[in-house]
Design a protein around this ligand. Sequence first.
Ligand SMILES: Nc1ncnc2c1ncn2[C@@H]1O[C@H](COP(=O)(O)OP(=O)(O)OP(=O)(O)O)[C@@H](O)[C@H]1O
Ligand SMILES: N[C@@H](CCO)C(=O)O
Length: 299
Amino acid sequence: MNNIRVLVPATTANMGPGFDCLGMALGLYNEVHMALSPGRLSIDVEGEGAADIEKDDKNIVWQAARRVFQEIGQANPGLSIKLINKIPTARGLGSSAAAIVGGLVAANRLTGDTLSRDRLLALATELEGHPDNVAPALLGGAVVSVMAEGKVHYLKINPPEELTAVVAVPDFPLSTQAARAVLPAQVSLRDAVYNLSRTALLVGALCAKRLDLLYIASQDALHQPYRTPLIPGLNQVIQAANGAGALSVTLSGAGPTVIALTDGKSKGIADAMQKAFEQAGVSCRISVLKPAVEGTKIL
Ligand SMILES: Nc1ncnc2c1ncn2[C@@H]1O[C@H](COP(=O)(O)OP(=O)(O)OP(=O)(O)O)[C@@H](O)[C@H]1O
Ligand SMILES: N[C@@H](CCO)C(=O)O
């Protein structure tokens, strides 16, 4: 089969304390079209990031596809790739994970679905560096994942139906690389316990649909405090959304997007987040998204 079309969801990683191991898919999708094009590589990008995304062999959709050809021992065939992007780039909503997963899944289908879903997940994690965005991008839902012994060990949780996300996406990019560069190499036992207790509670709360636990369970001591100086107004936005009735408010992934989880109410929270960012001199776009129960879909 030639001319494959794949839809990949946005993802929010960490969900507060689950640094590099917890993420959730959101109902906002990038589309990847891929076809064999012997002897040449052509890449066309529409939508988010169209002006900046690489259109040569540095493009990560292409690099992911190439990894599939390597893995199955096929010569590099040449590809025609079209990307229709709705996920904002370098904002903390898993744009790189969506690109990697889209490239892997499309190339796998193009070559007869040789690789299993678990192998695709291991390759995606190798390319992205950590599994917390790529796992829910591929599988959907909220996913807790551990990379160990050459594979990703994961558990998918279907989020409570009423769970709704209000995302405030600032108008400036923050690369994951820059947002990881400010993190300490070592943390105290106290901070480690702070996060592992909350991560355990958060996973339990999602499984048991105990939304009342999200406020405490979403707090973090391992990455958000160090990233706060990179995002003007972050603490004020969190405070404003909490004041407006959010269940939990965290940085989404490496930021700068802030995500508030609610049980369906969104207008007051959205307005409060936008106003708090504005007061800090940051303009932002607000979207209200539902968790995506399904992950990557081949159309
Ligand atoms: N659709 C795409 N196609 C190809 N490359 C992309 C695409 N979307 C994003 N990228 C690449 O990924 C980079 C952004 O990745 P980065 O990890 O910094 O942010 P993110 O994935 O959006 O955020 P986070 O990992 O915090 O959720 C872009 O600058 C671009 O190089
Ligand atoms: N866990 C990652 C998510 C962003 O890729 C981080 O916070 O750096």
